[in-house]
Design a protein around this ligand. Structure first.
Ligand SMILES: *Cc1c(COP(=O)(O)O)cnc(C)c1O
Length: 398
């Protein structure tokens, strides 16, 4: 017998669960890309897309995953030999820094560890020390998906302003957009980027770079930018929505239209509140499981620094790997692997796992997933504290 038949829940931090409305919108014949409905649809869709980022800025769309957006954003603001400052709070900040180095950009790293988030005073100090203003940008992950740390963009903006440094503030919002409150314009973020497959609930393959006028000016001062990544033609609505720099990603665009309808039908404030409430239900369960002689620990202790889209957890030994295997095989839930959490004692990071709780997600999915995790801990014989499901239900009940 198996209890895994039925609708599966892919509880990893991206790709996320795709809504039926998105899948159905994509299930259609190929359209004419040169004129007609799809061109009009894209033009009309842009304000709905920028509204998700809380911006009146322009957006460049790429047929790429998040790594593409990383490279796109860097290619437009710095040349080989120029410098950026990267705030690292887990695996993903390092990934962006490595992308910069691949372009010959010098990426100075400020590593803040895996549990405490960005120290604004240290950032300010590093910016003040850059008296020549060599740093063209400060890069950070809004949510680092490996550690599940949430970094408040306003804190970084303040540090830049306090240091009087003109660098662009660039936010990786791949794990956060459509999940966490984000207001690009109000919060003074100069470049924000995301991908289609996390909070936006569309298959992987599209990415988006939102560009402020200040960042546009930096691009215009560049001697050259590689043709594919150059955001100038992509920011030009009249050119781009008709031509897309090549064949338009037709079916992804239909899917995105359906996803934006879902987000704005619910309202962005409500979308953020839903993620907040469901995240708190997960944290309450995790705290209860970790009480007494429970083995489970959340990676981030301070709730103000926790992502509402992903939670990184440790279970010790190789028990996280055993738990993931049990819930996948026996209950139809796929949990995320630990990422960037390797230690000498645990060289493959098998003591860690992650729960993705982003995008198309409701209370019954979260409560079902939590019940399943508890069943899994019971089955593999891991000790856990009492009251987790009660605590999660109490949060969803208010
Ligand atoms: C998923 C993710 C990426 C990488 O995106 P890909 O689409 O896998 O290339 C980068 N940064 C963050 C914060 C992410 O969550």
């Amino acid at each position: 017998m198996t209890l895994a038949a039925g609708r599966p829940y892919l509880a990893i931090p991206g790709p996320s669960v795709m809504p039926d409305a998105v899948l159905q919108a994509m299930h259609r014949p190929a359209p004419n890309i040169y004129e007609g409905a799809i061109v009009d649809m894209v033009r009309a869709m842009i304000p709905d897309l920028t509204a998700v980022a809380g911006t009146n800025n322009k957006v460049a769309i790429y047929i790429a995953n998040g790594h593409g957006a990383w490279e796109a954003s860097l290619s437009n603001i710095a040349s080989a030999g120029e410098k950026v400052l990267v705030c690292i709070t887990g695996r993903f900040g390092n990934g962006w820094a490595e992308m910069a180095e691949g372009l010959g950009i010098v990426a100075d790293r400020l590593d803040f560890g895996k549990t405490d988030g960005i120290d604004a005073a240290r950032l300010e100090e590093a910016l003040r020390a850059d008296t020549n203003h060599d740093y063209k940008a400060v890069l950070f992950s809004h949510v680092d998906t490996a550690t599940s740390l949430l970094n408040d963009p306003r804190v970084l903006r303040k540090a830049l302003d306090a240091a009087g440094h003109p660098a662009l503030l660039m936010a990786d919002c791949i794990a956060s957009m459509g999940c966490e409150e984000f207001r690009m314009d109000d919060w003074g973020v100069d470049v924000a980027l995301t991908g289609s497959q996390k909070g936006l609930m569309v298959p992987p393959g599209l990415s988006f770079v939102f560009v402020s006028p200040k960042a546009e000016a930096v691009r215009h001062a560049m001697p050259r930018v590689s043709r594919y990544w150059d955001w100038v033609p992509r920011l030009d609505a009249e050119f781009f929505y008709q031509f897309f720099g090549g064949t338009a990603p037709t079916h992804h665009l239909y899917g995105l239209r359906a996803a934006l309808d879902l987000l704005h039908g619910e309202g962005m404030e409500n979308v953020w509140k839903r993620h907040d409430t469901l995240a708190r239900a997960i944290w309450a369960a995790c705290e209860a499981w970790g009480s007494g002689n429970g083995a489970l620990r959340m990676n981030v202790q301070d709730p103000a620094l926790r992502s509402h889209a992903v939670t990184a957890l440790s279970l010790g030994g190789k028990d996280a790997a055993r738990l993931r295997a049990w819930v996948a095989e026996n209950a139809g839930v796929t949990l995320g692997i630990g990422l960037g959490m390797e230690t000498p004692e645990d060289p493959r990071g098998e003591g860690y796992f992650r729960i993705g709780h982003m995008g198309h997600l409701n209370a019954h999915m979260v409560l079902g997933m939590l019940g399943t995790v508890q069943a899994g801990m019971q089955a593999i014989g891991v000790p856990y504290g009492p009251g987790a499901l009660d605590a999660a239900a109490a949060i969803t009940a208010v």
